[in-house]
Design a binder for this molecule. Structure first.
Ligand code: BG6
Length: 492
C-alpha cells in the first residue's frame, strides 16, 4: 500500500506557514491516499487553543480546495492541539505523553516527524528537549524539518547546525528550500542529463552566459519585521538562487541519488569565485523600491523604518572557477515590486562565429554579426515549460535570417495535477528521501559566498530608494551586463 505512517509534530502550528502551506499539503496527501488512518498531527504554539478550535482552523485552511465536508472533518479529526512554551521542560513531558497516546491509538510505529515552523532562535532549544525528554523514539524513524532562514550568515548557520547535530544526524535533517519542490526546478536535471544535445553543449565552449531571474510583483506584505532584518540577498539569493545555480552547474551525478547529487552540488558551490570586498560594488547591485502615487515605497511600508537600508532587489554576477564554467558569467536577479511575478532561467549560447548570410555587415565576424544567439529558456512559473530561440530563414526570396521560437508548455491538466512544492516535499520526507533538500555543506558554502557581499553592503551606505515599482530594478542592473557586452534576455 502507498500509505505512509507517521506522527507529525508542528512547532508553530498556529502560524501562517502551517495554515497556508502545510495543512493544505497534508490534506492533498490524504486525498491521494498517502496518508490514511495511520497518521496524526500535533500542533503546538503558545496560544491556548482547544482541539475543536484547532479542527476549525485546519478546516478553514482547506476552504479554497472546495473539498467534501465529511472528508475534511475526517481529516481534521487527526489533529491535536497542545499549548506549548518551547523553553518549558514541563511542556515536553506533556508532549511526550500525548505523542505516546497517539502513537498507540493510530498505530504509528514510532515514526515521528518534527516540523520547526517558527522563529529559528528556538530550533536549538526544541531539538535539545526532544532528545533530553525522550520524545524521539527508538523503534521508528525520527526526522526534523527546518524552515528557512537557516541562519543569518555563515557563523549563525553553523551555530544552528551544531545545535541540531547534538540531537539529529545529518540524514535526519530536512532543510526546506521550497524552490527545490517546484516542478521545473526538478526538471533542470532531467533536461540536462536526459538529452545529449544539452549536456554536450553545457559548458564554456558553447555557453555565453546564464541568467536567473526570480521576479516578484508584490512588496514586503506582512513580513516586515523578518524581511527588514534580512533583505533580498539573504531572503532569496543565499538559498533559492544558489540552489538553482548549483543544479544548473553541477557535473553529472554518478547516480540520481541524494548522496551523489549532494556531492556534485557541493563541488559546484565550492567552485564559486569568492569576491574580495573591493570587487563587490562592480559585481553586485542592490536596490530598494521607491514610492509612486499608488504604491507605497519600501520605507513607507508598515513597521519599516523610514531610514531603512534593506535591499529589496539584488542583481549580481557570479563566476565559477572550474574547467566547465571558467569565463561564463552567471547573472542573477531578484526583487520585490518588479514588473511581474515569474521565475525563469535563460541559457544564452555563443553566437555563430561568422555570418555568411549577410556580407553587407561591416564586420560579419564581430561579436554582434546580426545572428542572434540561441537561447534556451526554462520557464519555472507561472508558465511551466521551455523555449528555444534559433535563427531561421525568412520566408520568400533572399536569405535574410530571423530568430524564431520553439515553445513547449505543460498543458493545463498536467500543470493542475502537478503537486504544489510543499506537498511534494512532505511526500519526500515521509519516504525518507532528502534529494530535494538542502544539505549542510551547501548551506555553508552559499553563506560564505554571500557574507562578503552583505558585509560590504553593511559597511557602505546605499543611495536608496533607487527603482520604480513595476520595473525590472535599477539601471545599474542593466549596466552590470552591458559592461560585459551582454543584456538581459527578459527586459520587462
Ligand atoms: C520565500 C521568500 O522564500 O520565497 C519570500 O521568503 C518570497 O520573500 C517567496 O516571496 C517566493 O516564493 P514563490 O514560490 O512565490 O516564488
Amino acid at each position: 500500500s502507498k500509505e505512509k505512517i507517521a506522527l507529525f509534530t508542528i512547532f508553530g502550528g498556529t502560524g501562517d506557514l502551517a495554515q497556508r502551506k502545510l495543512y493544505p499539503s497534508l490534506f492533498k496527501l490524504y486525498q491521494k491516499g498517502y496518508l490514511q488512518d495511520h497518521f496524526a498531527v500535533i500542533g503546538t504554539a503558545r496560544r491556548p487553543w482547544t482541539d475543536e478550535h484547532y479542527h476549525q482552523v485546519v478546516a478553514d485552511a482547506l476552504a479554497s480546495l472546495h473539498a467534501d465536508a465529511d472528508q475534511v472533518t475526517a481529516f481534521a479529526s487527526h489533529f491535536y492541539y497542545q499549548s506549548h512554551d518551547v523553553t518549558d521542560v514541563q511542556h515536553y513531558i506533556t508532549l511526550k505523553r500525548l505523542s505516546e497516546k497517539l502513537d498507540a491509538q493510530y498505530e504509528l510505529q514510532g515514526n515521528r516527524i518534527f516540523y520547526l515552523a517558527m522563529a529559528p532562535n528556538f530550533f536549538g532549544t526544541i531539538a535539545r528537549h526532544l532528545k533530553s525528554e525522550h520524545i524521539l523514539t527508538e523503534n521508528g524513524f525520527n526526522r526534523v524539518i527546518i524552515e528557512k532562514p537557516f541562519g543569518h550568515d555563515f557563523e549563525s548557520a553553523k551555530t544552528l547546525n551544531d545545535e541540531l547535530a547534538e540531537t539529529f544526524d545529518e540524514n535526519q535533517i530536512y532543510r526546506i528550500d521550497h524552490y527545490l519542490g517546484k516542478e521545473m526546478i526538478q526538471n533542470i536535471a532531467a533536461i540536462r542529463f536526459g538529452n545529449n544535445i544539452w549536456e554536450s553543449l553545457w559548458n564554456n565552449r558553447y555557453i555565453s552566459n546564464v541568467q536567473i531571474t526570480l521576479s516578484e510583483k508584490l512588496g514586503v506584505e506582512e513580513r516586515a519585521v523578518y524581511y527588514d532584518n534580512s533583505g533580498a540577498l539573504r531572503d532569496m539569493v543565499q538559498n533559492h538562487i544558489m540552489q538553482i545555480l548549483s543544479l544548473l552547474t553541477m557535473d553529472q551525478p554518478v547516480e540520481f541519488t541524494e548522496d551523489d547529487i549532494n556531492i556534485e552540488k557541493v563541488k559546484a558551490l565550492r567552485s564559486l569565485r569568492p569576491y574580495q570586498p573591493e570587487e563587490v560594488a562592480k559585481n553586485f547591485v542592490r536596490g530598494q523600491y521607491a514610492p509612486t502615487e499608488t504604491v507605497k515605497g519600501y520605507r513607507q511600508e508598515d513597521k519599516i523604518s523610514p531610514a531603512s537600508n534593506t535591499d529589496t532587489f539584488v542583481a549580481g554576477k557570479v563566476m565559477i572557477d572550474n574547467y566547465r564554467w571558467s569565463g561564463v558569467p552567471f547573472y542573477i536577479r531578484t526583487g520585490k515590486r518588479l514588473a511581474d511575478k515569474f521565475t525563469r532561467i535563460d541559457i544564452v549560447f555563443k553566437r555563430p562565429v561568422i555570418n555568411i548570410f549577410n556580407h553587407e555587415l561591416p564586420d560579419n565576424q564581430a561579436a554582434d554579426n546580426g545572428l542572434a544567439p540561441n537561447v534556451l529558456t526554462i520557464n519555472v512559473e507561472p508558465t511551466e515549460g521551455f523555449e528555444l530561440r534559433m535563427n531561421a530563414k525568412n520566408v520568400g526570396q533572399g536569405f535574410a535570417t530571423t530568430p524564431v521560437q520553439l515553445n513547449f508548455d505543460h498543458d493545463a491538466t498536467a500543470a493542475a495535477n502537478s503537486p504544489e512544492a510543499y506537498e511534494r516535499l512532505l511526500h519526500d520526507i515521509l519516504n525518507g528521501d532528502a534529494t530535494n533538500f538542502t544539505h549542510w555543506q551547501e548551506v555553508a558554502y552559499s553563506w560564505k559566498f554571500i557574507d562578503v557581499i552583505q558585509q560590504y553592503w553593511d559597511d557602505h551606505q546605499p543611495s536608496f530608494p533607487n527603482y520604480k515599482p513595476g520595473t525590472m530594478g535599477p539601471q545599474a542592473a542593466a549596466d552590470l551586463l552591458a559592461q560585459d557586452g551582454h543584456r538581459w534576455v527578459y527586459q520587462g
